[in-house]
Design a protein around this ligand. Sequence first.
Ligand code: ZN
Ligand code: ZN
Length: 82
Amino acid sequence: MAADNQVTGMGLSVSPHLSFPAPKSRVRVQKCSSCQQAGATVGCCQKGCPHTYHYACAIDTGCLLTEESFSLRCPKHKRQPV
Ligand SMILES: [Zn+2]
Ligand SMILES: [Zn+2]
Protein backbone atom coordinates (compact mmCIF):
# COMPACT_ATOMS: atom_id res chain seq x y z
CA MET A 1 0.00 0.00 0.00
CA ALA A 2 1.36 3.33 -0.98
CA ALA A 3 1.33 6.00 1.63
CA ASP A 4 -0.77 8.79 0.44
CA ASN A 5 1.71 11.52 0.92
CA GLN A 6 -0.10 14.52 -0.21
CA VAL A 7 1.67 17.80 -0.04
CA THR A 8 -0.60 20.59 0.53
CA GLY A 9 0.95 23.52 -1.11
CA MET A 10 -0.10 26.48 0.78
CA GLY A 11 0.37 29.30 -1.58
CA LEU A 12 1.85 31.90 0.61
CA SER A 13 1.90 34.97 -1.49
CA VAL A 14 2.98 37.56 0.94
CA SER A 15 5.24 39.92 -0.78
CA PRO A 16 7.68 41.68 1.51
CA HIS A 17 8.05 44.38 -1.03
CA LEU A 18 4.72 46.01 -1.04
CA SER A 19 5.43 49.00 -3.06
CA PHE A 20 2.89 51.56 -3.94
CA PRO A 21 3.54 55.13 -4.85
CA ALA A 22 3.59 57.23 -1.75
CA PRO A 23 1.76 60.48 -2.13
CA LYS A 24 4.22 63.27 -2.31
CA SER A 25 3.54 66.03 0.04
CA ARG A 26 3.32 69.25 -1.83
CA VAL A 27 3.02 71.35 1.25
CA ARG A 28 5.64 74.00 1.32
CA VAL A 29 7.20 74.01 4.71
CA GLN A 30 8.79 77.32 5.39
CA LYS A 31 11.67 77.23 7.76
CA CYS A 32 12.11 80.02 10.19
CA SER A 33 15.34 81.89 9.64
CA SER A 34 15.60 82.51 13.33
CA CYS A 35 14.77 79.29 15.15
CA GLN A 36 15.14 76.94 12.16
CA GLN A 37 11.77 75.38 12.89
CA ALA A 38 9.19 74.77 10.23
CA GLY A 39 6.00 76.72 10.04
CA ALA A 40 7.28 80.19 9.44
CA THR A 41 4.55 82.43 8.17
CA VAL A 42 6.01 85.83 7.46
CA GLY A 43 8.73 86.43 4.97
CA CYS A 44 10.88 89.44 4.28
CA CYS A 45 9.17 91.56 1.68
CA GLN A 46 12.46 92.41 0.05
CA LYS A 47 12.49 90.74 -3.32
CA GLY A 48 14.82 87.78 -3.38
CA CYS A 49 15.31 87.66 0.37
CA PRO A 50 14.88 84.12 1.59
CA HIS A 51 14.34 85.05 5.21
CA THR A 52 11.10 83.78 6.67
CA TYR A 53 10.08 83.96 10.29
CA HIS A 54 7.44 83.06 12.78
CA TYR A 55 5.61 86.14 13.83
CA ALA A 56 7.12 85.94 17.31
CA CYS A 57 10.58 85.19 16.00
CA ALA A 58 10.45 88.14 13.67
CA ILE A 59 9.85 90.46 16.56
CA ASP A 60 12.49 88.67 18.57
CA THR A 61 15.05 89.05 15.81
CA GLY A 62 14.37 92.71 15.43
CA CYS A 63 12.56 92.62 12.14
CA LEU A 64 10.49 95.52 11.04
CA LEU A 65 6.87 94.59 10.87
CA THR A 66 4.43 96.84 9.14
CA GLU A 67 1.12 95.80 10.53
CA GLU A 68 -1.04 97.65 8.04
CA SER A 69 0.23 95.63 5.13
CA PHE A 70 1.43 92.70 7.20
CA SER A 71 4.81 92.99 5.59
CA LEU A 72 8.09 92.20 7.19
CA ARG A 73 11.60 93.33 6.70
CA CYS A 74 14.45 91.34 8.13
CA PRO A 75 17.16 93.20 10.07
CA LYS A 76 19.22 93.28 6.92
CA HIS A 77 16.56 95.00 4.88
CA LYS A 78 14.67 97.07 7.36
CA ARG A 79 16.82 100.04 6.60
CA GLN A 80 15.96 100.23 3.01
CA PRO A 81 16.59 103.53 1.30
CA VAL A 82 13.32 104.92 0.06
ZN1 ZN B 1 10.86 80.83 14.49
ZN1 ZN C 1 15.37 90.57 4.00
